[in-house]
Design a protein around this ligand. Structure first.
Ligand code: NAD
Ligand code: AKB
Length: 319
C-alpha cells in the first residue's frame, strides 16, 4: 500500500515544491499539505490540505494517528534572519515541533521522518572552505543553535529508539515557485525579481560574501532520494552535508549581467552580514555521495538561466 505522507510547513519555499513533487510520485491523495493558514495555498489545491499549527501538539498527534500517516516532512521553522529578531520564539518553534514528531515515531505511529537542518549549524570557528561533515560546530545564531540541537536529538532518537529519521544540511535554496521566508541567503532569490523588474538591486550582503547555494530542483531531488534510499544506506542520522554550488553577490550579479548586460547592483550590508560571516563558503558532501548516491545537476550558470526564464514578478507584487 502507498505510504501516507504529511508535509508540515507546506506553504513555504521548500514545502510548495516538495508537496508538488511528492504528489507527482505518490499520487495527490497520499500527500497531505499542512500549514498555518485557513485556506490551502493556491499551488497546492490539487490534494488534501489541513490547517495545522505544529505547536498544537494534541492536534498534530491526533491528526497523524487518526489519518494513519506513515511519513512526516517537518518544515515549519523560523529561518536565520527572522529568528534573530525573536530568539525565544524561534527556539520554541524550531524545537517543540521536532519533539512532537520524533515522539510519534518513537511510539511507532510514524515509519519515517524528514527534518531539515542547515549550513547554519556551522559557526565562526568552523573551517570555512570545503567544510567537512565532522568538524568544529559552534553556531552563534539562535537558528544555528536550534538546528544543531535538532540534529543531536534526531541522532539520539535514531540510536536509542530506532527512529528512522533522515536529514540534510541544506545550503541557501534558490527557487521561483514561492518566495523565501526570512533567511540570510534570501538576497540570492530577490536579485532575480529586481533584475526582471528593471531595478537596480541592493544586496544586504557584501559583494564578496561567498555562501553555499543550491537550485531548488536539486534540493527536492536530494530530499526524495534520501527518503527513498534503503535504510541501511543512511549511515548518518544527525544530518548530511549537501553541496550544489557557491557564489558571492558579485559573482551572481556578473552571471546575471551575461544575460542582462544593463543590470546593476550595489552592496549595502545589514545585520544579516554578521550571520553570513559565520557560515562556510563551500561544503564537502562526500558522505552523501557515497552513502546514497547524491550528485548535483545545477551550477551557478545553469540556475541563473532557469531563474531568469521563470521568475514571475507578480509573485512579489502579490506577496
Ligand atoms: P519558509 O519560511 O519558506 O516556510 C516555512 C513554512 O512553515 C511557512 O509556510 C510557514 O507558514 C510554516 N509555519 C511556520 N510556523 C508554523 C507552525 N507553527 N505550524 C505550521 N506551519 C508553520 O521556510 P523554508 O525555506 O521552506 O524552510 C523549510 C525548512 O527548511 C526550515 O526548517 C528551514 O530551516 C530549512 N532550511 C531552508 C533553507 C532555505 O534556503 N530555504 C535552507 C536550509 C534549511
Ligand atoms: C537561511 O538563510 O536562514 C536559510 C538557511 C541557509 O538555512 N536559507
Amino acid at each position: 500500500m502507498m505510504s501516507k505522507i504529511l508535509v508540515i510547513g507546506a506553504g513555504g519555499q521548500i514545502g510548495t515544491e516538495l508537496v508538488l513533487s511528492l504528489r507527482e510520485l505518490k499520487g495527490d491523495e497520499h500527500v497531505f499539505a499542512a500549514d498555518l493558514k485557513d485556506d490551502c495555498p493556491e499551488k497546492l489545491v490539487g490534494g488534501p490540505y489541513v490547517k495545522m499549527d505544529v505547536l498544537d501538539k494534541e492536534f498534530v498527534r491526533s491528526f497523524i494517528i487518526k489519518n494513519k500517516i506513515d511519513e512526516v516532512y517537518l518544515l515549519a521553522a523560523l529561518l536565520s534572519a527572522t529568528a534573530e529578531k525573536n530568539p525565544a520564539f524561534a527556539w520554541k518553534l524550531n524545537m517543540e515541533g521536532l519533539f512532537t514528531i520524533l515522539d510519534l515515531a518513537k511510539e511507532k505511529h510514524l515509519k519515517k521522518v524528514f527534518w531539515p537542518s542547515s549550513i547554519a549549524v556551522f559557526g565562526p570557528t568552523t573551517p570555512p572552505e570545503n567544510t567537512p561533515q565532522l568538524t568544529i560546530m559552534e553556531p552563534s545564531t539562535v537558528y544555528g543553535i536550534s538546528k544543531l540541537a535538532g540534529e543531536r536529538w534526531c541522532e539520539y532518537y535514531a540510536n536509542n529508539y530506532g527512529v528512522d529519521v533522515r536529514s540534510i544540511r541544506y545550503p541557501g535554496l534558490i527557487s521561483y515557485t514561492s518566495l523565501p521566508g526570512g533567511g540570510t541567503t534570501d538576497y540570492a532569490v530577490d536579485i532575480f525579481y529586481q533584475a526582471k523588474l528593471g531595478n537596480e538591486f541592493t544586496s544586504f550582503l557584501k559583494e564578496d560574501t561567498t555562501l553555499p547555494m543550491m537550485y531548488m530542483e536539486d534540493a527536492i531531488r536530494a530530499t526524495i532520494e534520501l527518503m527513498e534510499s534503503d535504510s541501511d544506506n543512511i549511515k548518518i542520522r544527525s544530518s548530511y552535508n549537501l553541496s550544489g554550488c557557491s557564489f558571492s553577490p558579485k559573482e551572481l550579479t556578473e552571471e546575471i549581467q551575461k544575460l542582462m548586460p544593463e543590470f546593476k547592483a550595489k552592496y549595502v550590508p545589514d545585520f544579516r552580514q554578521d550571520i553570513a560571516d559565520t557560515w562556510p563558503r563551500s561544503i564537502d558532501d562526500s558522505n552523501a555521495r557515497v552513502d546514497w548516491g547524491w550528485k548535483e545537476k545545477f551550477s551557478t550558470e545553469s540556475l541563473v538561466k532557469v531563474m531568469l526564464n521563470h521568475v514571475d514578478v507578480n509573485l512579489l507584487k502579490n506577496s
